[in-house]
Design a protein around this ligand. Structure first.
Ligand code: ATP
Length: 359
């Protein structure tokens, strides 16, 4: 078990002007489950592979357990990686796949057998030890890949989208199992996903990347409640936060017929005549009075429902999404009134970084 430190770690692929990972500073605590999340191409896999030693670090350092491993070979880093495609050996049985790394390392046969049996019991794979990977379901293969990592008893688990080949239901089950297993073993884990629901549900902390640059690293709750900038605000949460650029008036920001009070120092920080207002769908409430919203689409999800509609604000047509009661949601084409819950408004600067202005 060990903490991991990215110290100004940068990776620039040959032929590219923009670093895939740009000056990354991040400390992952001993035993922590850290999720790297972001859109395609943001540098998640490259960041993970830098810990593994599968990508060179162009500048900066990587430390595992206080040891500088920036130039250490992958085999000398005491890590185990679980890949998206599982990378199982097709000609080997489940038991042989799981024990292979120990065999290569010269561990005695009895020791290998004991550790494979232990991991198989944890993962409910005892009945499949003699089977070849092709005779397993996707979920079982995924568990063998996990088993292979566990058997090695590494200091660090590195997982690159390990659930992406599973169907939706199995993904949910397996993410719970992985979370339980990680807590039980207490091994520092870095987990890559593009799925923000997976990130929010699995991570002790979540690091959001965009264009190779770390945007924010915080607990799922903090990310959701206090996104550091417009990008994080829009990326975390489904459906996404409503984000509207609105003019600042003397008393605050006008949102339909509601005035959102904005503290004077926030206005000064904004240094602009506009501000970006963010409101989550659950904080835009259908009411008797308020701004008119013409409903284009109704999404009923069973326990909750969302309406997607359009309205006119400051002479512009704006799309908005609001959460509504599931019992009797409004219908497509209907016009409803929505009010903003001003206690839950987020304000961001209109600068390219879109930094958070509200406390
Ligand atoms: P995805 O979710 O699509 O897997 P990602 O966030 O994991 O994306 P990376 O695979 O880390 O992103 O890639 C980051 C950037 O580096 C991308 O712009 C990608 O095109 C580039 N890149 C990745 N691997 C290489 C490579 N071997 N050579 C050149 N550029 C690369």
């Amino acid at each position: 078990m060990a903490p991991i430190i990215y110290d100004q770690a940068t990776k620039l692929f040959p032929g590219s002007d923009i670093p895939a990972v740009d000056n990354l500073n991040l400390e992952i605590e001993d035993g922590e489950f850290l999720v790297l999340v972001g859109p395609s191409g943001c540098g998640k896999s490259t960041s993970l592979r830098m810990i593994a030693g599968l990508e060179d670090v162009d500048s900066g350092r990587i430390l595992i357990g206080g040891r500088d491993v920036t130039y250490a070979a992958p085999k000398d880093r005491d890590i185990a990686m679980v890949f998206q495609n599982y990378a199982l050996y097709p000609h080997m049985s489940v038991a042989e796949n799981m024990g292979f790394a120990l065999k290569i390392a010269g561990a005695p046969g009895a020791e290998i057998e004991r550790r494979v049996a232990e991991a198989a019991a944890m993962l409910d794979l005892g009945a499949y030890l003699d089977r070849k990977p092709k005779a397993l379901s996707g979920g079982q293969r995924q568990r063998v890949a996990m088993g292979r990592a566990i058997v090695r008893q590494p200091q660090v688990f590195l997982m690159d989208e390990p659930l992406s080949n599973l169907d939706a239901k199995l993904r949910v089950q397996t993410r719970i199992q992985i979370g339980q297993l990680q807590r039980r073993l207490g091994v520092t884990t870095v987990y890559v996903t593009h799925d923000q629901v997976e990130a929010m549900t699995m991570g002790d902390r979540v690091a959001v990347l965009k264009g190779g640059v770390l945007q924010q690293c915080a607990s799922p709750r903090e990310l959701y409640r206090k996104p550091a900038n417009v990008f994080v605000a829009g990326f975390m949460g489904s459906p996404s936060m409503n984000l509207l650029t609105l003019p600042i008036t003397d008393r605050g920001v006008r949102f339909g017929d509601t005035t959102i009070p904005v503290p004077r120092d926030t206005l000064t920080a904004a240094c602009n005549r506009d501000v970006i207002v963010g409101v989550r769908p659950e904080h835009l409430e259908v009411a008797e009075t308020g701004m008119k919203l013409e409903i284009d689409v109704v999404e009923e999800l069973g326990a909750e429902a969302y309406v997607f509609g359009h309205t006119t604000i400051e002479g512009r047509t704006e799309q908005l999404v609001a959460r509504v009661g599931w019992r009797n949601p409004p219908q497509k084409g209907e016009v409803v009134h929505v009010r903003i819950n001003t206690e839950h408004v987020h304000l961001f600067a209109t600068t390219p970084a879109g930094d958070r202005l509200s406390p």
